[in-house]
Write a protein that binds this ligand. Structure first.
Ligand SMILES: Cc1cc2nc3c(=O)[nH]c(=O)nc-3n(C[C@H](O)[C@H](O)[C@H](O)COP(=O)(O)OP(=O)(O)OC[C@H]3O[C@@H](n4cnc5c(N)ncnc54)[C@H](O)[C@@H]3O)c2cc1C
Length: 403
């Protein structure tokens, strides 16, 4: 068994040899990511090679067991791997928020060995793409009030109802969904968690157009969809525990800014933007208010980074942070940066469509519009504050409980 530092040397040497040059030289563009699933294509040969190399080592899902497509790394080695991949500027071989980030960990936590063997390797290999069927027209913050029904019929459930804001359902193969199996039980106890093939008869997926120009959201309609009972994760009536587990994962991911699309400008890029807009490629920017705003953005980003590092319990004596703290802080920071990008762009930041604006300008305006989503998706900021009040600060309980 190698030591952690020997493992680090091994990773450094391996990355130097195997990371494709073509990916090294290309400009980082989130749209270039390989997203997995039956409809996805690799953006380039190099991206495919990188995915193959990483899969072979089990490093796409490094902490997952080797027999399920991972590498069985302990947390210390997984951290070393992540650090060295980041240091070398490697792109993730597979961007799979719902698969690698949510349902994969839930399957490892709650799944039977048969379910794990059936679903987990396909996630690690990027063969199947998943989406999340939680929110409904009448159930967002009060998720446990959802009304999509699943009625047991022999070895199957018959599912009828509607999900909404289902990101990327139109590009996904499977959906994990929380449904009501017992309407008579207290609302959280009557829920079960199902894994549903989106090609099942009775499912209709309708994309929703957004003002930002991106359209990742969908409505998903279930009309008498038959789902085998062996596709229920955990026991009947235990769906809420699985859902809460996944929401915790989601909040950590969103907090680390790996959950939403790219195009976002961080503090360093904002300085570059300010220099370009003011024709000041080097030296002190002339406007004191701009300098001050940029300094604030930089400090906020540094603090948020430190918080995320702490979230993993990395600082001596620091336990893991509640995911809501990370999510609340990071989403607010990302919104502030999007606001500042528009301000720095002046008139160039006003257009979100059309030929009158350059691509960079359109990206700034679209990111600003999209940034409103960061404090809503994965549970709104108000809900995160309620959770922190209750679960971290242990303040008195005044209203209904949040997910
Ligand atoms: C980018 C993005 C991606 C998403 N992707 C998915 C997805 O893939 N799958 C999925 O299922 N859902 C998804 N959602 C939906 C998301 O989970 C919900 O929008 C969110 O939980 C809020 O629910 P709602 O929209 O119904 O708002 P509501 O619950 O109606 O809330 C409206 C307002 O009331 C406030 N509020 C509500 N209850 C309270 C309370 N108790 N205390 C204080 N304030 C309160 C909220 O903070 C909010 O400001 C996504 C949303 C976004 C923005």
């Amino acid at each position: 068994m190698t030591t952690t530092e020997e493992f680090r040397s091994e990773v450094i040497a391996w990355v130097a040899e195997r990371y494709p040059d073509a990916l090294r030289s290309a400009e980082v563009d989130a749209d270039e990511a390989y997203l997995g699933g039956t409809t996805a294509t690799f953006p380039s040969h190099a991206a495919r090679r990188w995915m193959d190399e990483m899969s072979e080592r089990g490093w796409v899902a490094p902490t997952w067991p080797a027999h399920l497509g991972g590498a069985g790394l302990d947390p210390a080695r997984a951290r070393v791997l992540a650090e060295e991949l980041a240091r070398a500027g490697c792109r993730p071989p597979l961007v799979s928020v719902h698969g690698l980030g949510m349902i994969g960990p839930a399957l490892l936590e709650f799944g039977t060995p048969e379910q794990q063997a059936r679903f987990v390797p396909d996630i690690a290999a990027g063969r199947v793409r998943w989406c999340q069927g939680f929110s409904e027209p009448g159930a967002g913050s009060d998720l446990a009030g959802l009304s999509t029904r699943a009625v047991r019929d022999g070895d199957e459930y018959v599912v009828t109802g509607q999900k909404v804001w289902t990101s990327f359902a139109d590009e996904s193969d499977w959906i994990f969904a929380i449904v009501r199996t017992d309407p008579a039980a207290p609302k959280r106890d009557g829920l079960s968690f199902l894994l549903v093939d989106l090609r099942s008869p009775g499912i209709e997926v309708r994309p929703i157009a957004l003002i930002s120009g991106r359209s990742e959201f969908c409505e998903v309609f279930f009309d008498g969809v038959r789902v085998p009972v062996n596709q229920r994760l955990s026991d009947e009536g235990q769906g809420w525990a699985v859902t809460r587990f996944i929401l915790g994962k989601e909040r950590q991911l969103l907090g680390q800014n790996t959950g939403f699309g790219g195009g976002r400008l961080g503090a360093r890029e904002l300085i570059g933007l300010a220099r370009r807009r003011r024709g000041c490629p080097a030296g002190t920017l002339p406007d004191a208010a701009v300098r001050s705003a940029l300094a604030e953005a930089d400090i906020e980003e540094e603090c948020a980074r430190a918080l995320v590092r702490n979230a993993g319990g990395r600082s001596p004596g620091a336990g893991p942070l509640h995911p809501s703290v990370v999510k609340l802080t990071m989403s607010a920071m990302m919104q502030h940066q999007a606001d500042l990008a528009v301000e720095l762009s002046g008139l160039g930041g006003l257009g979100w469509d059309g030929d009158a604006y350059g691509d960079d300008e359109l990206a700034v305006a679209r990111d600003y519009l999209y940034s409103k989503a960061w404090t809503i998706g994965g549970g709104s900021s108000e809900i995160q504050r309620n959770l922190i009040a209750r679960q971290v600060l242990e303040l008195p309980h005044l209203g209904p409980e949040e997910p």
